[in-house]
Design a protein around this ligand. Structure first.
Ligand code: GYE
Length: 309
């Protein structure tokens, strides 16, 4: 009894019949991610769970190592949020051979055999990309083309970057006024978002009308770059991003960000339910969606006190 591996000091110890969960997190790249980690830790707490938490620092090789170590330890269930989509077949086959069910959290994988994981709980990233594009189109009513868009993409090869790009393009391509003139990854961080936006501004000068950032943190970094270049974010360049974190609402309140598409990181309770089910050997849906919306500047002040992340 009483082994609380990975638990925080001062917490209750895991019970004798606790479910041991190995969880491999992407990293701590964004406000979204830190809220997600908090939610997962709270939901997978002792005494019901014995959580072994590992941070991959945005590197797939670290995640593969963590998963192999969870398999070697014989955890009851593995849950993880895959940094990128491809390259998981081998390690997931090892988990399956060891009889350890795998619950994908937040991000999808691309594997030939989808019996290699039990279920995926996460958002519809393609739809988020479409929502961002629909907002851009609505915001551009009555404007003449060409309307020049720059795109700050998420981590190369990650499900949210691939899917948000696809959903956005699908909708924006239907309106010939729009041109995506630059796309580059800012790795979902503020620092990279700022750097890449600086490069965009250098290359395009005053010819950027819209910024689409795959997450709020990169938009917030880019806002700084835009201000330092002597332009007005939210006015000279219209900006839409994804997540709906507190920092985005603050930037909207300040008039610097125009809209954010919600992506809810508080998956912990739903994840815990799925883990209970697969651990008990019960059938679960292969895909569980998280519900979310879109928020604009005029709603920011009223919504801010309600935000939980
Ligand atoms: O949008 C971004 C984070 O996978 C949905 O990862 C998640 C994304 C989120 O770094 O902020």
């Amino acid at each position: 009894a009483g082994c609380s591996g990975g638990g925080e000091g001062g917490q209750a110890a895991a019970g004798d019949d606790a479910i041991t969960v190995g969880f491999s997190q992407v990293g701590a790249e964004s406000e979204w991610r830190t809220a997600n980690t908090r939610s997962v830790r709270e939901a997978l707490a002792a005494p019901e769970f014995n959580l072994r938490f590992s941070d991959a620092q945005q590197k797939q090789e670290n995640q593969i190592k963590a998963l192999r170590s969870f398999i070697a330890q014989g955890v009851d269930v593995i849950a993880f949020s895959p940094v990128v989509e491809t390259g998981w077949d081998n390690v997931l086959r090892e988990a399956k051979t060891a009889g350890i069910p795998v619950v994908l959290t937040d991000r999808a994988v691309n594997v030939a055999d989808d019996s290699l994981y039990a279920t995926l709980i996460g958002s519809d990233f393609v739809e988020e990309g479409r929502r961002a594009a629909r907002w851009v189109i609505e915001d551009s009513q009555g404007k003449q083309g060409p309307i020049r868009i720059v795109e700050l993409q998420g981590t190369v090869g990650s499900a949210p970057a691939n899917d948000r790009m696809r959903g956005f393009k699908e909708v924006i391509d239907g309106d010939s006024r729009f041109q995506i003139v630059r796309s580059q990854s800012g790795d979902f961080t503020r620092a990279r978002g700022k750097e890449v936006m600086e490069a965009f501004l250098k290359a395009e000068g005053d010819n950027i009308d819209v910024l689409f950032a795959h997450n709020d943190d990169m938009a917030i970094g880019a806002i700084q770059a835009i201000e330092e270049a002597g332009r007005k974010p939210g006015t000279d360049i219209r900006i839409v991003s994804i997540d709906g974190v507190r920092g985005a609402f603050e930037a909207m309140k300040a008039g610097k960000l125009n809209a954010t598409v919600e992506c809810n990181p508080l998956l912990g309770p739903q994840l815990a339910d799925l883990i209970r089910e697969v651990h008990a050997g019960r059938e679960v849906p292969k895909r569980v969606m998280v519900e979310e919306g879109v928020f604009t500047q005029d709603q920011a002040e009223a919504e801010l006190p309600n935000r939980k992340y």
